[in-house]
Design a protein around this ligand. Structure first.
Ligand code: MG
Length: 403
């Protein structure tokens, strides 16, 4: 079997996701998806540049092809960013081809499944149910702001629970907080800390003790503020505090983790097994959260999960993909023992499910992805729906016709 072409489309899902098709001379087509980076057209260009290493090659040589492209780019981006994000989507598609070629689901190729369904956690964003309310809250500076934020957040949490989710996450960093002293200084004021604590307490109070509850602060605090927040939210039994400080200086995260009574989760801004290894070996994390469609792909995720397991750390991937990328990540999550929860970021996106046909029915059932016993990923893109959400005109090859 030989690869004959690699095509792409940029489709607006949670963000501008790059869908990848790897086409073979035996009629098998493999599907992949890249993390929705802002420069999606750059991801497409990076994939185009990889064609010289792919066309004419046997797509079943997954690890050699991945390593060949990674090493070729050692001086041109192999450590992270667009090149690795592009490679992640391409490698994902190669696994689909192998599964389809052998007539087995990918999780079987990864060594079998520890679980029949993969639990998702619902990203409830900042807790706003609709964009208009979100805008109003963000623009506001009124005295009842905390109360309204809490009301919206609790409603969002209960909505997620009503859909069957057993784990949720909220974004509690708030760059428009009226008591923020300075947009560039990342030190929290006492009122900001109070607002976060009030919201976390209210959400925990509303959801009870059975639900896993994490908070994300998007790497937006300085070190003293990160430690203060970790201590302030300690009573609320959080699943994790995510990225309390920026990702560039791992030693700062080590310091926060040492002082934090709450488990620290990070890794969505780490690339490749080396980036994850750096976080784990230095003792910077309690939970590791690589983004499989961004940090290197399926084999890389298996390596990272294994490394985490050897340190008794849970593996809980970051995910902002559409149905295809989410299902591909679920195959990894099914195939490792130390899986905790997989992110789902599209709870407010009404066409998310319509973008694909999944062999097990709906992709999300009762807050989880049921694993299908179909070859490859077991999921195909609904081209008609995807075409309605094309993000960028340059992505015309994927559908075999100009847009
Ligand atoms: Mg995050």
């Amino acid at each position: 079997m030989k690869i004959t072409d690699v095509t792409t489309a940029i489709v607006r899902i949670v963000g501008p996701c790059v869908l990848v098709k790897v086409i073979t001379d035996e009629g098998i087509v493999g599907l992949g998806e890249c993390y929705p980076s802002a420069p999606a057209s750059g991801i497409v260009e990076a994939i185009n540049s990889m064609k010289e290493h792919l066309v004419g090659q046997d797509p079943r040589e997954i690890n050699p092809l991945h390593e060949r492209i990674r090493r070729f780019n050692l001086f041109t981006g192999a450590q992270g960013g667009a090149v690795i994000t592009a490679l992640s989507g391409v490698e994902m598609a190669l696994w689909d081809i192998l599964g389809k070629n052998l007539g087995v689901p990918v999780y079987r190729l990864l060594g079998g499944k520890f679980r029949d369904s993969v639990r998702l956690y619902a990203d409830c964003h900042a807790g706003m149910i609709d964009a208009e309310a979100h805008h109003i809250e963000r623009a506001g500076g009124e005295d009842d702001r905390d109360a309204r934020m809490i009301e919206e957040s609790v409603a969002m949490a209960l909505e997620a629970l009503s859909q069957g989710y057993t784990a949720i996450k909220f974004d509690v960093d708030d760059i428009y907080h009226p008591y923020k002293r300075d947009l560039w200084n990342w030190t929290l004021s006492p009122r900001e800390i109070e607002s976060i604590e009030l919201r976390v307490a209210a959400i925990r109070g509303a959801i009870g003790s059975d639900v896993d509850f994490a908070i994300d602060v998007h790497a937006r605090f300085d070190l003293p503020s990160a430690i203060q927040i970790a201590r302030a939210v300690a009573p609320y039994r959080l699943m994790w505090l995510e990225e309390p400080v920026p990702p560039e200086n791992v030693e700062s995260l080590v310091t926060v983790r040492a002082a934090s009574p709450v488990p620290i989760c990070a890794g969505e801004n780490a690339y490749t097994r080396y980036g994850i290894n750096n976080l784990i070996q230095r003792g910077a994390v309690d939970i590791i959260m690589p983004d499989i469609a961004k940090f290197g792909g399926i084999s890389e995720a298996m390596r990272a999960a294994s490394l985490a397991e050897m340190h008794y750390l849970p593996f809980s991937p970051h995910n902002v993909c559409g149905p295809l990328g989410t299902v591909a990540m679920a195959h990894v999550c099914a195939a490792i023992p130390n899986f905790l929860a997989l992110e789902f970021h599209g709870i407010d996106l009404n066409y998310w499910e319509d973008l694909a046909f999944y062999a097990a029915g709906k992709v999300i059932q009762n807050g989880a992805v049921p694993m299908a016993d179909a070859p490859g990923w077991g999921i195909e893109i609904n081209d008609e729906v995807a075409r309605q959400h094309i993000h960028h005109r340059m992505a015309h090859d994927y559908f075999g016709e100009p847009i």
